[in-house]
Design a protein around this ligand. Structure first.
Ligand code: 3HC
Length: 334
């Protein structure tokens, strides 16, 4: 498997001959699908790559609450409100599992948050787009959570134990999220002509940003080759994007909606759809902070961080007092 990867992707991946004894032993474990655990030896770059990816993933879950949280007060029925509330709470939980998984690699949640707020860590590009109508909440569940699942199901088999275990739990909940989004789209698509137009408009605006969630094309991806050799990533960005398109087009057809792509065409022989690439200039611009909602999202995180300072201070003071009491009790007992 490893030899195959080096052959197929080449760039930046050490050959076996270039590895130290420790690195070879590590690679053998990865190749044999033995999970790497926090106390095991690991190459420094493996640790850093995981912190980058898991941290970015955790931030995405947390920032991802903002566009949907925006609609909790305006959900059309009590039932829809309860469902959306539960979904947004799930996302908070996902963020917390992932921050915990990253912490096992020797970085704290505070450090990761500070890196996010200072622009040294990213979150998914998709959350820099606004949710303008109720149909957008359907499109986010259907397409954004659908893309997230496509990416995250293989990550259940990722080589780092704590990340893999977090992903197993997260994927169960993401499936429910995707279905609730599709259910909203179904209601809208089968509703009045105006509701159907809203559903189509949401699909038009979220289609390409959802395709961008998988990252740049394989030619442009900086980390894929090494991450796949280490089984941090199981598939390339383009492989997952193709799977997502193949799965989603029939779902759109069932809804009676049109994917906004003139070049979309099923290849009967391969069973795969040909499709137009997203606008990569837009993607890299959003990554640089120039998307429609980048400033708003970071300002909301900054405010939440500042507003929560008194809670963190209180918890820390309590923990310190408790530790001091326990220390005094132990000394008295000795
Ligand atoms: N948004 C923001 N940044 C992105 C991105 C995206 N959609 N796709 C790629 N990038 C960044 C990478 O972080 C990297 O930047 P860096 O070198 O400065 O860190 C750069 O673009 C080059 O991309 P690569 O393909 O080389 O990067 P990766 O190998 O890390 O692949 C990835 C990108 C596929 C997103 C991978 O990191 C991954 O699988 N991450 C785990 C899943 C994840 O983060 N999902 C977030 C989705 S949202 C979500 O889960 C919430 C749910 O509730 C919907």
């Amino acid at each position: 498997m490893y030899a195959q990867m080096v052959k197929s992707t080449g760039k930046g991946v050490k050959t076996r001959d270039d590895m130290t004894e420790e690195e070879r032993h590590f690679q053998d474990k990865v190749d044999a699908d033995i999970k790497i655990e926090p106390r095991d030896w690991m190459p420094e770059e493996y640790r850093k790559t995981l912190i980058r990816q898991i941290g970015q993933h955790a931030h995405s879950e947390i920032v991802g609450q903002l566009p949907e949280g925006n609609w909790i007060t305006r959900a059309p029925t009590l039932e829809r409100k309860a469902i959306l509330l539960a979904k947004v709470q799930d996302e908070a939980g996902h963020g917390l599992y992932l921050y915990c998984a990253a912490e096992t690699l020797g970085i704290s949640r505070d450090e990761m948050t500070e890196m996010l707020l200072s622009g040294r860590m990213k979150y998914s590009s998709i959350f820099n787009y606004p949710t303008l109508t109720w149909a957008d909440i359907g499109a986010v569940g259907w397409l954004v959570d659908g893309a997230a699942i496509m990416n995250q199901v293989p990550l259940q088999r990722t080589s780092y134990g704590p990340y893999s275990r977090a992903m197993i739990r997260i994927c169960k909940e993401e499936s429910f999220h995707q279905r609730q989004g599709y259910d909203i789209m179904m209601k809208m698509a089968q509703g009045s002509p105006a509701q159907k137009r809203m559903a189509q408009d949401a699909l038009n605006r979220f289609w390409y940003p959802s395709l961008m969630m998988f990252g740049p094309s394989d030619k442009e991806s900086v980390h894929s080759a090494q991450s796949m050799a280490w089984k941090i990533k199981i598939n390339t960005n383009d492989e997952l994007r193709q799977k997502f398109v193949d799965q989603t087009v029939p779902q759109a057809e069932y809804l009676g909606l049109t994917i906004p792509d003139d070049k979309l065409k099923l290849n009967e022989e391969t069973g795969h759809y040909a499709f137009s690439e997203p606008d990569w200039t837009e993607f890299f611009n959003v990554l640089k902070g120039n998307g429609p909602c980048n400033n708003e999202r970071l300002e909301a995180r900054q405010k939440a961080w500042e507003d929560g300072q008194w809670v963190r201070d209180g918890m820390l003071a309590h923990a310190r007092k408790k530790a001091a009491r326990a220390g005094a009790a132990q000394m008295a007992a000795e």
